[in-house]
Design a protein around this ligand. Sequence first.
Ligand code: ADP
Ligand code: ZN
Length: 734
Amino acid sequence: MQAKGNVAQFGAMNAPTRIVEVLLPLALAIPYSYRVPEGMTIAEGDYVRVPLGTRELDGVVWSLAGQAPKSGKMRDVLARHDLPPMPGLHRQFIDWVANYYLEPKGGVLRLAIRAPGVFAAAPERVAFRLSGSVPEKLTAQRQRVVDLLADGPPLSAAEIKLIAGVGASVVKGLEAAGVIEPVTLPGLKSFSLPDAACEGFALSPEQAAAAKILREKAALAASSVCLLDGVTGSGKTEVYFEAMAAALARGAQVLLLLPEIALTSGFLSRVEERFGVAAAGWHSDMRPRERERVWRGVADGSARIVVGARSALFLPWANPGLIVVDEEHESAFKQEEGVNYHARDMAVVYGALGKFAVVLSSATPSLESLVNADRGRFVHVRLADRHGRAELPEIQLIDMRLEKLQNGQWLSDGLTQAVADTLAKGEQALLFLNRRGYAPLTLCRTCGHRLHCPHCAAALVEHRFRRVLMCHHCGHQEGVPEACPGCGDESSLVPCGPGIERLAEEAKTRFAGARIALLSSDLMRGQALRETLSGVAQGQYDLILGTQLVAKGHHFPNLTLAGVVDADLALESGDPRAGERTWAMLAQVSGRAGRGQKPGRALIQSYVPDHPIFQALAKGDREQFLAHEKHMREAAGLPPFGRLAAVIVSGANASETDRFARQLAAAAPLTTDAQLMGPAPAPIQIVRGRHRWRFLVKTARGVDIQAYLRAWLGPVQPKGSLRVDIDVDPYSFL
Ligand code: ADP
Ligand code: ZN
């Protein structure tokens, strides 16, 4: 539709002015109007370049029915990019996400076009082929090049030099002599078509029954959600591969979402083995060229399988037909900065809008998903057995109240003995402690001074390997002081409590000679991490010490013992999901043991072993745990039985922020539908020099919590350094 009525105002008499609305990837709530120059063809979803102030920006045509602004002059679209337009479904999805999370649409759009190079012309490379005229006599070197090009595809000069073993001058000489000629080829490697008919493993009867349900759903262009619920090692991956095969067979694109850290090369090769092609990966440490290649491949539909972290959801899918969310209970799917979205929840929304199947997979499904299954909204597909001989590990509690540990020691006699026995048998053991660094707190023995972050109300964590003190909230780093900054005493600073690095110290003395892998996200990332993980899988290490990054998704066949050093850590937060998180984490860690042919066991150290969660875990009784957890949440009206939204007010000045928070509280709409709690000082009251206050809004499940937030905060315009951040369905309460 073209805008009528603007003709007289703007256009030449015989050429009606066309006005389009262009959404820009900035924190803007609405698209802006631009005039389409004569002769330019423009469709909805087109990527265009437009002026804004003194800048030029790339955005997306959100609507063809643009209105001329009441005042101010309208500017022209500068260019239309030669890219497949963003599909209507994807634009609808972006609108939906913006609406639900009360985020500016432009901010959500930014997630979809965060790929370098895509708005430049597609890169090309120059290759050489034979021109057809080959002289009779050639030098041996030149002959090698001619032979190479005679029976193969065109090659770049670099490839020719490498394969034929000749110098640059030989290639140049052949080109000058007209024997070879340059051709331009696409600069990015294209994607190969997966082989959907490729067969996986022969499935057990239980796996086959689950796969049948998933395949049927994935073969349909209809929305559905299956919750694939099976213990670690039960073959969930094999089963959802079947669903992927079914979606690929009907020509659709498939997205497999994983928590970032589970995106290992091992996992990617498993996908490659199953489908015969390398899957496109999407995660934070990709090279820009690869990022561009995957973005383009997703947009033109040629990338058929993408294995990615949460942001892959926002790639501009041409033809999405299935989303699998593995480890669906993981809080890593919740983004906590910029746009606060939950990728699992939004995958379900995308499937509903786009009419395709979504599979959520986990050994410890979230309470949200289990309750959705109870309510009949998700199809509950269970796998009870571990594949083959591998059995679920036996879980034992160690009552730390009875242990007499020396200063600087954290391993009980029972756990120490178990690790020693395991190593003696030539098997691997894992010690899990979810705390990075050496010690969570450093204080002065003389005056009691604590080392604090200068920008946050938080202790500095010592990282001894890197010789720094670090703030885990803002990233501030400083050297470890020689003397106490409080009283000036030398060598009076003492570390308090264990971090994974300090545990390593203890492990080295207790298990002399063991090859120890220390896995912590701050010590190792990307390629180095992937290599160490595969080294563990191949048995190059005896003892693995790790933070939460070892808990997830890895398959270490020779690992038979998992020890949890401090099971109480996660319980101590004021988070409504603390119990569920503790359960999931302990079950996942325990599940690392005994995934191969040998049985595994797990030892869990706790000072509150009588806690219902630990009791249920020791019995392996998930139903008992769930009943307890559902009861607690339902009684408190917490998700998934009620809805929550957090509002965080922050500012550079303490009293100004405090005053502003109180003004907001006074301006809240009066209603019995929503319960407003706060303002209360946030548990971490200062982060990066900003003072923080929190509100929590709680409503019944059926209440439109967004409408309440809009009515309340819509008119608010924070001034100066003040800021209001809204977090719908919050997962962090700090
Ligand atoms: P989960 O995803 O539930 O943790 P996986 O799919 O990773 O389980 O399976 C665990 C291990 O068992 C993997 O090494 C997998 O290849 C193997 N496996 C699962 N099902 C079969 C099968 N039907 N035949 C052969 N191997 C299987
Ligand atoms: Zn800090």
